[in-house]
Design a protein around this ligand. Structure first.
Ligand SMILES: NC(=O)c1ccc[n+]([C@@H]2O[C@H](COP(=O)([O-])OP(=O)(O)OC[C@H]3O[C@@H](n4cnc5c(N)ncnc54)[C@H](O)[C@@H]3O)[C@@H](O)[C@H]2O)c1
Length: 352
């Protein structure tokens, strides 16, 4: 069955959904039309062969549309998603789904009441770098993970337009933070026990343009999440410390490696001091080469199309949603705690 979709907010991301669906998902979704408050985007939709509805109401009143994508700036998501659900539409909403967990609960209440499918476009669950890390953890190849660092770093500084404005839900916690938090919370489903966030507003007074956060899980995993917008020399995208080895993914091209303990025999205490260029050390002196083994990263295949295939299968009652309500709510609860930590300057004890 082909589900007809309407897009509300036809900017950069609305267009990404439309182009990707047309190119790859024609067997299950067809974008019929859009509504955008900007005339030039309405015009652009017409040029792309789509219908440009004169209002949100007219899009939502079209009986042919059974799926609505909300891709407006963040602060409008709640109102539009609820409106779509109340018009009997199934709804996919861009991230961050809402600005806080309370708003999200309001959407879920309407989804329950109307019996419609509602889910969040957490597309970065399908990113190859993340899937490689997940595969390393799940395979146990280097043992139990206890520290993971996930960094997204760029140098374009200024947050453009609404992304730089507080009232629109701008800032990097909402923009990139939610993606890398969702990844980590999908990787480790144990309870989050403590969070800490340090936000920076270097080039704007209104929102966080850089942040660092620590998420501590009941499993013993500590995650360090970092987003920078003024970084000219990037650190590795991922750095994973497990009991029997370390994995690194250095860049967006998914380059990296695993270094695994070859033999966990006691190396003994080497009393010899090693004199490095930087200074003397015993504890941090390099290991003998034969005690470790270097492995390539696992070859992982991933396909973002699974997101829409799952949404349409859920509408047809054939599958459970991959991006589940309880998962989105947990993520938003952690986001609330991160903002509280940033405000108070203290870590926040939670049980999420
Ligand atoms: N999942 C991802 O990887 C990803 C990537 C980028 C953006 N996003 C999300 O997608 C959403 C849109 O981001 P974007 O980059 O496309 O922004 P954008 O500014 O390019 O597009 C937003 C569009 O919404 C329109 N709009 C604003 N208010 C509206 C309203 N009330 N009704 C209808 N249209 C309205 C604007 O005119 C604009 O064309 C945001 O929530 C953002 O966080 C997600």
């Amino acid at each position: 069955m082909i589900h007809k979709m309407g897009i509300i907010g036809f900017g950069g991301m609305g267009e990404f959904h439309f182009s990707s669906i047309r190119e790859k998902l024609g067997d299950c979704v067809e974008v019929k039309g859009v509504f955008d408050v900007r005339e030039e985007r309405q015009q652009h939709a017409l040029e792309r062969g789509l219908l440009a509805y004169g209002s949100r109401e007219s899009l939502l009143s079209d009986p042919e549309i059974d799926l609505v994508l909300v891709a407006t700036p963040n602060n409008f998501h709640k109102e539009i998603a609820i409106d779509a659900l109340r018009h009997g539409k199934n709804c996919v909403c861009e991230k961050p789904v809402t600005l806080n967990s309370e708003e999200l609960r309001e959407i879920f209440a309407v989804a329950d009441e109307t019996g419609r499918i509602f889910t969040v476009h957490q597309n970065r669950r399908w990113d190859r770098d993340f899937r490689i890390i997940r595969e390393i953890v799940n395979s146990g190849i280097i043992g139990k993970p206890y520290m993971v660092e996930s960094r997204v770093q760029g140098s374009k500084r200024v947050l453009q337009e609404w992304r730089g404005r507080r009232e629109n839900g701008g800032g990097m916690i909402y923009d990139w933070g939610i993606h890398i938090l969702d990844q980590i919370m999908w990787l480790d489903k144990s309870k989050v026990k403590e969070v800490y966030a340090d936000t920076f507003s270097i080039f704007t007074d209104e929102v966080d343009d850089n942040f660092k956060a620590i998420i501590k899980f009941e499993s013993g995993l500590n995650a360090m999440l970092q987003v920078d917008t003024n970084c000219f020399i990037n650190q590795p995208r991922w750095h994973l410390l497990c009991e029997d080895g370390t994995a690194v993914i250095t860049d967006w091209a998914c380059n990296g490696k695993i270094v695994k303990l070859a033999d966990d025999k006691d190396l003994g205490w080497d009393s010899v001091i090693v004199y490095t260029e930087a200074g003397p050390t015993r504890t941090m002196a390099p290991r003998p080469r034969e005690t470790t083994e270097e492995l390539p990263l696992p070859d992982v295949k991933t396909d973002w199309c699974e997101f829409y295939r799952n949404v349409t299968a859920a509408i047809e009652g054939r599958e459970e949603l991959i991006v589940k309500h309880e998962e989105s709510l947990r993520v938003m609860n952690v986001i609330d705690a991160l903002f509280e930590s940033a405000r108070t300057g203290k870590s926040v004890t939670v049980n999420i």
